[in-house]
Design a protein around this ligand. Sequence first.
Ligand code: MD6
Ligand code: FE
Length: 217
Amino acid sequence: MSRSLFDETPLPDAPPERLAPGALLLRGFALGEAQALVQAAEQVMARAPPRHLVTPGGRTMSVGMTNCGVLGWVSSRTGYRYDRNDPLSGRPWPRMPDCFAELALRAAAQAGFAGFRPDACLINRYAPGTRLSLHQDRDEGDLSAPIVSVSLGLPAVFLFGGAQRHDRPARWHLAHGDVAVWGGASRLAFHGIAPLADGDHPSLGRQRINLTFRRAG
Ligand code: MD6
Ligand code: FE
């Protein structure tokens, strides 16, 4: 099959890109199953709708968030925590779809983290203009496990900083089907998402969905 000069789809055996020690970008790793992942995410979101959480400081987050798996990440005026129940419904979060857990396990292994069994999947939904300010993911019980992050829908600019909030972040382009795996020396790096540019994605329309898998318990 010939390849257009303008085709940005990664070659199937493209080597991982290194964002930093312990942080790898597997371009297109989830492309083949992206449609199944989108469908499964939509089923989770039908049962546990994305909501705009309030930070301990009293700001409302512009990203819509929900979870699946045994544990879900939530923020409120009282702080950040993992909870077994969805505070909106009072019921357990939807179970993690098998296609989610299998993809996270394979991506982590590809990046050198064998045996990754996530118990939490945070689902972030971005509309055009939405951003996620620089933060660390440090509420998880097992910081030796990596985080696996799957991008679906509109492309985004991932801001990847250092161990200090004021370290100037690098900018990485994340597209539909890209998977980032990070752990080890990068596990507590500051990171965020720049305001999402508007666009119309063939399968997701005017939005970006991000799945981040963690070992929280
Ligand atoms: C996002 N991701 O891509 C937000 N955190 O929408 C994250 O905050 C993130 O991608 C830890 C590890 C990987 C990530
Ligand atoms: Fe994060």
